[in-house]
Design a binder for this molecule. Sequence first.
Ligand code: C5P
Length: 240
Amino acid sequence: MKKNSLIVSLDVETFRQAQELIHELDEIVEIFKVGSQLFTAYGPFVTRYLQARGKKVFLDLKFHDIPNTVASAVKSAVSLSIPPGNEKNFVPIFMLTVHTAGGKEMLEAAVKAAKEHARKLKVKRPLIVGVTVLTSQGKDDKLEARVLERALLAKRCGLDGVVASVEETPSIRRYCPEKFVVVTPGIRPAGIGMDDQKRIAPPGEAIRMGSSYLVVGRPIIQADNPFKAAKAILKEISGG
Ligand code: C5P
């Protein structure tokens, strides 16, 4: 079972809810996404909780600001890889997001800050991925071209990959090698509602189209049985 490509998005209100999900999914999920909701409420407390338990953190704060501010925020994110005490097996921050709409200078500043600060702290550098166009935004004629343009910009600026919907993944794959990470949200197993997402796909299809990681929130965290829901998605991933 290819368990490494599933990222569960901890889009919940309280630390207790996050904790319950982390424990429930412990056996089968290795990467958890911490986004603005949980990070705004609990900050490093929640990332450290995961890291101390051997989990990889995808810090999805979508940095988008002037280059200097983004570089400083990236440095702060890299610093989260240092354990607060003497925890053994503390896992460094695995991946973080910046917004490609910030442009070349901002993206280059983010990569440079991550590399330099990780070297200085002697920690593994997190992967830097660029958000292209949110999957809640619907399609228009120029969407695919815009996403591709932003993906190529991200690649030129030295980012490790992008966040894009399954619909744009094949064209990104045509121009970017396998090791360029494509993170795909908007995953909906057959028979599950779209919520606010517009460009959605089932897990198996996303993998077939070339996604490296699938981000799944509501279909798992709001399921009656999150463990079962995650297991079913993992099964689809390995089939894909
Ligand atoms: O619940 P759902 O599976 O739609 O959650 C998707 C997660 O991925 C949310 O946390 C959302 O913020 C995030 N995301 C997204 N589209 C992007 C980037 C991130 O939906 N382009």
